[in-house]
Design a binder for this molecule. Structure first.
Ligand SMILES: Cc1cn([C@H]2C[C@H](O)[C@@H](COP(=O)(O)OP(=O)(O)OP(=O)(O)O)O2)c(=O)[nH]c1=O
Length: 222
């Protein structure tokens, strides 16, 4: 039987750490896909199109598979939407401050799409997770201190649910989906492509507490 090798089409250290939990060898290949192309679509469609574009961009650039290897490619996209308007990653600290003020004390939506390609037979599986997040009433001083850490700049909506700043008061949906890749969504997609998982339950519990142990990313990057 062919050995399974995963390819993660993502620069995100959180996604690296989560894919490491699956228990298969994997390679990270960063996609150069255009993330702005579908910005006018509704947020759920936007993330689905963008995750697919990331997957397809990486698949098109891969060298041929080594013999007796089944390659499974995983891509994802996360976005925050406030009253239907997409909030991507803030370009500047000022934009991060504006996003955190806009989100404060109210509900918003987080959409995360996963796209999985079975490269040897061309099969594709996709899912979009929708979570509703309620932010707490954090103070301007807390916002300033959080922005000074630099954490908001690579996060959709300018926050990480997993950061000690802890901006989230309530979550309805999947914690890992908000963090960038819902394993609850991903596992059925993999199973549909005849790929199981070897997840250590203890590591999964830690991941849901925002603690990601991995040999491919240090906690400081998460
Ligand atoms: C809302 C939220 C987002 N995020 C992150 C997840 C994603 O990494 C990022 C959204 O940007 P994405 O474009 O989804 O991902 P990315 O640019 O980090 O990586 P790549 O495109 O190469 O896969 O925001 C958190 O880590 N915590 C959160 O609470």
């Amino acid at each position: 039987m062919a050995a399974i090798h995963l390819i993660l089409a993502s620069a995100s250290p959180r996604r690296r750490a989560l894919v490491a939990l699956l228990g298969y060898p994997f390679t990270v290949v960063v996609s150069g896909a255009d993330e702005d192309e579908h910005l006018s679509a509704p947020p759920a469609d936007y993330v689905r199109h963008t995750a697919r574009a990331k997957a397809e961009a990486v698949a098109a650039a891969l060298p041929p598979a080594p013999p007796a290897t089944r390659r499974i490619l995983i891509a994802a996209d996360t976005t925050v939407a406030l009253e239907g308007a997409i909030l991507g990653k803030p370009a500047t600290p000022d934009e991060a401050r504006a996003m955190l003020l806009a989100l404060r004390g109210r509900d918003h939506d987080v959409f995360t799409a996963a796209c999985v390609l079975s490269l040897d037979d061309g099969r594709r599986q996709e899912a979009v997770h929708h979570a509703v997040v309620t932010m707490r009433d954090y103070t301007p001083a807390e916002i300033d201190a959080y922005i000074a850490t630099g954490d908001p700049l690579d996060k959709a909506g300018a926050y990480g649910i997993q950061h000690p700043f802890n901006p989230v008061a309530r979550l309805s949906g999947c914690y890992l989906g908000v963090m960038g890749l819902s394993l609850c969504d991903l596992l059925p997609l993999l199973r549909a492509l005849d790929v199981g998982d070897r997840i250590d339950p203890a590591a999964l519990v830690d991941a849901h507490r925002g603690v990601l142990h991995t040999n491919v990313a240090s906690a400081g990057e998460l």
